[in-house]
Design a protein around this ligand. Structure first.
Ligand SMILES: [Zn+2]
Length: 541
């Protein structure tokens, strides 16, 4: 069948450059071409063959069988040879699987084909605009496709809009928390997803397509499309079968063009519980007791992306919203909590943390959530509230429990206010969980084993990451928190109140103490097979 393709190429040569071919050769080619041109059945089969090739290139997600980097080569082979290369890759993939796991060859091949046909089905759903599984809308509920003209969308635009929807859909399917679109050069843009806190390149788009995709995202986010240099912010939502997901968009002009960061905000917070976030039994009891108290502040700290908000919501899920009046001030609202009042900070409209907090205090709350303490005013109002019969849950950007105290002092809060307001400071990091489908017993060096034996640590349940289809080859799936908790007991409170807690010591030793506590917690996750030694070193090494 392959030779048909080449015969047709000859036919084209025959027409365009007859002068270059000898009369005898031309006659022979004309004969061959004639044979095809006058055989409608063969012509029909050829058309079907070419169509199949095109279909495979467009629809099949080859990454299931070949590395993404080889996709261009596979595409060209598929255009020439039709679905044959795909079949060959499948057979190679089956043969690569060890015999006990593979079982019957044909059964295994059938399995692979089913997976491939599933991806075709889902991409079909994605491609067809009417049956699309995802609908992008701006904050007023106008659909992306409506923004691009009422019903009549140019073919070119339609392709861009489908591509935009596909990128967003893929990010949701991959459990991404962020989508980053960066120009690498004038002609190449890279698209990366942050999954479990780690960036992964997922695609490259050319310099003609990607700016159009960026424009469509800016349009749906109510941003100025013509402004490419000045940083802008925006937001949009996506309707998917499971519900609605919100996105925050930030753009900025960079060296080779425009960069776009899209943050995916999760909607359902009910899945986060104190039992599942990673606290030890002892830590959980401390936190639960802190929430049950009638007043006082629980301060959550950690760097950006350390899971503070998740822990905050897990704490909130312990609170009975029917008997306690819960009000939150957030920037932005990351999860929707039913039966609470949630206020979103909007600096442009003059709604600041401090202003919102003042208005909240007039609404007789029992529990107040402050998304983030960033300035003196917010810090002072929040601490005053915690001294006057409210439980205040707040986050602050700092690396350790000690540096959270120092940060508040730097903001202008008095030591006495800290002593009377704060009950608990929780410092945290996120550590990746090993993928349960592929983790393998760790191969440890003699040196490592010697250290574990010396510390009398049981190293029988330590695992290494491997990588499989489930975890996109990373070896990790999901994340869990590790915590260091500081209870402000009477001794510390007295020290603070009497100015007897040397701040310089706190600055020096506090960070070190917090670090080694987090290291201990991470080691606990390693020896129980939750995470790997490498991951522990990456996060708290
Ligand atoms: Zn895996």
């Amino acid at each position: 069948m392959q030779c048909w393709f080449f015969t047709v190429s000859f036919q084209a040569t025959h027409h365009s450059g007859l002068g270059l071919i000898s009369p005898a050769g031309a006659n022979a080619i004309a004969g061959l071409a004639g044979e095809i041109a006058f055989n409608p059945l063969k012509l029909l089969l050829l058309v079907i063959w070419v169509y199949l090739g095109l279909y495979c290139v467009q629809r099949v997600e080859f990454s299931l069988v070949v590395p993404k980097s080889r996709k261009p080569v596979v595409n060209i082979l598929t255009l020439i040879f039709g679905p044959i290369p795909l079949l060959m890759f499948l057979i190679k993939d089956v043969l690569k699987t060890p015999l006990p796991e593979r079982g019957n060859f044909f059964e295994a091949l059938k399995d692979r084909l089913t997976t491939i046909s599933d991806t075709i089905k889902s991409s079909k759903l994605m491609g067809g605009s009417k049956e699309s599984l995802i609908k992008l809308m701006d904050s007023s509920g106008t659909e992306l496709k409506e923004l691009y003209g009422h019903g009549k969308i140019r073919r070119q635009d339609s392709h861009i809009l489908d591509l935009t929807e596909k990128i967003i859909w893929d990010a949701l399917q991959d459990r991404a928390s962020d989508i980053l679109i960066d120009p690498k050069s004038d002609s190449v843009y890279i698209i990366r997803f942050r999954v479990d806190g780690v960036l992964r390149e997922v695609d490259q788009l050319d310099g003609a397509t990607c700016p159009a995709v960026i424009n469509s995202i800016k349009a749906i986010s109510n941003m100025d499309i013509s402004e490419r240099r000045r940083p802008q912010d925006g937001a949009f939502v996506a309707k998917i079968p499971d519900g609605t997901v919100s996105f925050r968009v930030a753009s900025a002009g960079v060296l080779n063009g425009e960069k776009l960061s899209i943050r995916i905000l999760k909607q359902d917070a009910s899945m986060y519980t104190l039992e599942s976030v990673g606290l030890t039994e002892k830590q959980r009891t401390i936190v639960e007791n802190g929430i049950r108290k009638p007043s006082g502040m629980i301060l959550l700290c950690g760097p950006t992306g350390s899971g503070k908000t998740t822990t905050l919501y897990a704490m909130l899920n312990k609170i009975d919203f029917y008997t306690r009046n819960v009000i939150t001030v957030e920037d932005p609202i990351e999860y929707v909590l039913p039966n609470t009042s949630q206020i979103e900070v909007n600096a442009k409209a003059g709604i600041t943390f401090a202003k919102s907090l003042r208005s909240i205090l007039r609404q007789d709350p029992d529990v107040i959530v402050v998304g983030e303490i960033r300035d003196e005013e917010t810090a002072i109002i929040a601490l005053q509230a915690s001294q006057t019969g409210h439980i205040v849950l707040a986050t602050i950007h700092s690396n350790s429990t000690a540096s959270a105290l120092i940060r508040l002092l730097d903001l202008g809060v008095t030591p006495l206010m800290l002593a009377t307001g704060i009950n608990l400071i929780v410092s945290q990091r996120l550590i990746r969980r090993l993928c349960k489908y592929c983790k393998a017993p760790a191969k440890m060096s003699r040196e490592q084993i010697r250290i574990f034996e010396k510390k009398k640590v049981n190293y029988a349940n330590i695992y290494d990451p491997v990588g499989c289809e489930q975890c996109y080859g990373t070896g990790y799936y999901g994340r869990v928190g590790i915590y260091d908790i500081l209870t402000l007991d009477d001794e510390i409170k007295a020290g603070l109140a009497n100015n007897k807690l040397p701040i310089e010591n706190l600055r020096k030793e506090g960070d070190q103490r917090g670090r080694s506590n987090l290291q201990k917690q991470a080691l606990l996750k390693v020896v129980t097979g939750v995470t790997s030694i490498d991951e522990m070193n990456r996060v708290v090494g």
